[in-house]
Each structure stands twice: as C-alpha cells, then as structure tokens.
Design a protein around this ligand. Sequence first.
Ligand code: AMP
Length: 227
Amino acid sequence: MKIVFLGPNGSGKGTQGAIIKEKYKIPHIETGVIFRENISQGTALGKEAKGYIDKGELVPDSITTPMILDRLSKDDCKESWLLDGFPRNISQAKELYEALCKQGITLDVVIEIVLDMHTAKNRTMGRRLCVNDNNHPNNIYIDSIKPNDNNCRVCGGQLKIRSDDQDEIAITQRHAIYYDTEKGTMAVVNFFKKLCAEKGSPKIIELDGTKDVGEVSRELISKLNEQ
Ligand code: AMP
C-alpha cells in the first residue's frame, strides 16, 4: 500500500507512522528525519537544509522533491511506503502525483490527522526524541506517552529536544505553512480530496487528532484494513 500521511507538527503523525510501520512492515519515509540525519553527518545537503529548518521554513522544493522521488525509487519501496512530511506544499503534491502517474503507480491512501493550531503547538513543544530510536514516541504533555523519569518510555534511552520544537517563532512558521489553504499543506489535503472525489483514489482517511494515541491508532488500523 502507498500512503501519504498529513497532519500539523505535533498532531501525532510520527507516533502513528511508527505504529503503521511496525504493523504492516512498510518503509516509513520521514523527510524531517532524512534532513536531520544529514545535518548530524555534516553532509552538503545537511548544511544547506539546516538554515531553513532552524527558521521553520521549507527546504526548497528543488532539493526536497528529487530527494524524496529518489528514495521512493529504491527496491524496498516497490510494494509499499508511508510518506510522512511530504508533500508539504501544493507544488510538491503535484510533482509527486505526476511522477507516480508517469510510473503507473497508484497512491492508495492519504491520511489526514485533524488538529487545531493551539493544541498542535503545545504538543510540538512537549515532544521528546529518543536517542536510540526516532520512532519511540515520548511527549511530556500527553499522558499515554509520557517519558519515564525523563527517559524514553519504550527503551529507557536518553531523550533529547529538537531546537526547532522550542522556538515559538519557528513553530508558528511551520504551522503557517501547514494551515495555508492556498499553497501550503491544507492545499495539499484539498488537492487529494478533489482527486478522490473525481477519480476514486487516493482514498482519504480523516482522523481526530485530539483523541488519545491508542484510540487514534485503533481507528486508523481499522480504516486501513478496510482498504
Ligand atoms: P519535521 O521533522 O517533519 O517537522 O521537519 C523538520 C523540518 O524539515 C521542517 O520544518 C522543514 O524545514 C524541513 N522539511 C521537512 N519536510 C519538508 C518538505 N516536504 N519540504 C521542505 N522542507 C521540509
């Protein structure tokens, strides 16, 4: 199954993505993670991306789109993939869709986690990253995934904080891009909804992000099983 996962920063996309990855054994491709890995390895891509990421701006499409299309062309992505953090604007969505159409690949499902900006901001600031595994969810503001004595609740590993998650200006900037219905990620949501209405695919799965992590994942899995 080929899936695009959309939701504002702090909506639980990463947490739910990790659950899907585990359950269906499909590659979980996270744009932000690819950039952060490049930054920590000091690559040319990482150096270029860092300036944009620190400000909460999008890394230019000319860098991001080919990087993701190249990742999707790898052998492990032949059967299925879960794309998380891409597309984030309407140009990326159109380029992705055109590239898939050219290759005869159907985008099966678009998942949208709906969450208001205020809640999303608090959750973004409460997020903690496990140094051992980026897919271990920890958040000081969400009871069901609260860290254990300041350590990862899954493996006990050390937790770190993303600097762009504590910078209110950067968070506001990231959310402004998400909630922009003209060119931003909400325009992407509407683009895929229109395709669904006109062509029958991708199917759209809409989830209420204010619900508990377990409730959201149960609903998500049951809806994915219907596909
Ligand atoms: P995330 O981990 O998804 O919050 O992404 C962190 C940062 O990486 C974003 O604030 C952007 O600067 C950059 N980034 C992630 N995905 C994209 C994308 N699809 N297009 C451009 N920049 C992106």
